[in-house]
Design a protein around this ligand. Structure first.
Ligand code: NAD
Ligand code: DAU
Length: 336
């Protein structure tokens, strides 16, 4: 029997994936009200919530590390869905500190608030906690695999997952965890691979491919991530970890060449650049637990069709991404 929720908190709801989830639950009338708690870092944009009814979505600008704020905010809500994070590997290599603060301390503060106020908690995490796989390895990540994070970012996400597991076992917090693969779609920050290359081509700048370009990511449309999180929140077993993926493995060079072809460029119109330190080789999710236990299926199974829609969205929303693009490329110029 599915659990129902009327008034939830979504942390990081002005970011890429969190805002998609807010649209998903409001537009499908799955909850009555959402309180978005977001610090509005460089990655948060309140415009991501445009079009949602003001009487059903409230934005509270604040930090998940602020325990006093959480104590005021959490009572009266029936669940916390925790997306807020520093989310970009390259930034974590340049400066790990904000990752420790938000991803580890922030998750700890939220768990304490969920514990004090008896609120259901769902933690959004990443497949990167499992490290990486070889290109020719005939297996994919499974929920009980050992944690082997490679980057400052993924090690802080792994730490946050372990905190959640401990708070379930020791304090009885009613929590679940999901570890998802690489998301794509509209509203993704232009520091990330797909939107960075699309906006480079729009700007007449050659895209940048790290290393030998053979690294593999397992792509999922962000709306499928949202539907899976809702399924886990309402029907998942407390204390369980569910892996979210849509069988979307592709090498970076294949994704880049698909973007170039769709945008009218030649297949070699890009620059090879220095590899990311510690660069994970391959991610691949085995989603069978989610599919068999919770009967979840992705809807966006046509990756190239989804890529076409994503390219069209960036072409049509330059005012949304332009300020972030300028700042992101200044950051990249410092370490490329
Ligand atoms: P994002 O960087 O686009 O958004 C993060 C949001 O969190 C922003 O709105 C930001 O303002 C907010 N935030 C950051 N620090 C905060 C703090 N201290 N207090 C309150 N708000 C804060 O991230 P995203 O790509 O949407 O990722 C969201 C979540 O999903 C993260 O937990 C990430 O680890 C996880 N995840 C992402 C992917 C992916 O492909 N992007 C895949 C799997 C899991
Ligand atoms: O797997 C889930 C993870 O996916 C999430 O936890 C992270 O929050 C999210 O950022 C993403 O991490 P990646 O490091 O895989 O994503 P990114 O978009 O940074 O890079 C994707 C791949 O593309 C990676 O192999 C590095 C490569 N790359 C990236 C950039 C920005 C390039 O070759 N060139 C680039 O300019």
């Amino acid at each position: 029997m599915a659990e129902s929720f009327d008034n939830i908190i979504v942390t990081g709801g002005c970011g890429f994936i969190g805002s998609n989830f807010v649209h998903y639950v409001i537009e499908n009338d799955l909850v009555g009200h959402v309180t978005v708690l977001d610090k509005l870092t460089y990655a948060g944009n309140p415009r991501n919530l445009n079009g949602l009814p003001e009487d059903r979505v409230e934005l509270v600008v604040g930090d998940i590390c602020d325990a006093a704020l959480l104590d005021r905010l959490v009572p009266g809500h029936d669940a916390i869905v925790h997306y807020a994070a520093e989310s970009h590997n390259d930034n974590s290599i340049a400066d790990p500190e904000p990752f420790l603060k938000t991803n580890v301390e922030g998750t700890y503060r939220l768990l304490q608030a969920a514990r004090s106020h008896g609120v259901r908690f769902h933690h959004i995490s990443t497949d990167e906690v499992y490290g990486d796989l070889a290109l020719d390895e005939p297996r994919r990540f499974e929920p009980d695999d050992p944690y082997r994070p490679s980057s400052p970012y993924s090690s802080t996400k792994a730490s946050s997952d372990l905190l959640v597991r401990a708070w379930v076992r020791t304090y009885g917090v009613r929590a679940t965890i999901s570890n998802c693969s690489n998301n794509y779609g509209p509203y993704q920050h232009v520091e990330k691979f797909i939107p960075r290359q699309i906006t480079n081509v729009i700007d007449g700048v050659r895209p940048k491919l790290y290393g030998d370009g053979r690294n593999v990511r397992d792509w999922i449309h962000t709306e499928d991530h949202s539907s899976a999180v809702w399924r886990i929140l309402t029907e998942g077993r407390i204390g369980e970890t569910y892996l979210i993926g849509a069988n979307g493995e592709r090498s970076n060079i294949d994704v880049l060449r698909a973007i170039l072809e769709r945008m009218g460029k030649g297949s070699d119109d890009f620059d090879w650049v220095r590899d990311r330190p510690g660069h994970d080789r391959r991610y691949a999710i085995d989603p069978s637990k989610l599919e068999t236990e919770l009967e979840w299926r992705p809807r966006h199974t046509d990756f190239l069709g989804g890529l076409d829609q994503t390219i069209a969205w960036y072409r049509q929303h330059e005012s949304w991404w332009r300020p972030a693009k300028i700042a992101a490329e200044v950051r990249y110029a410092q370490f490329e």
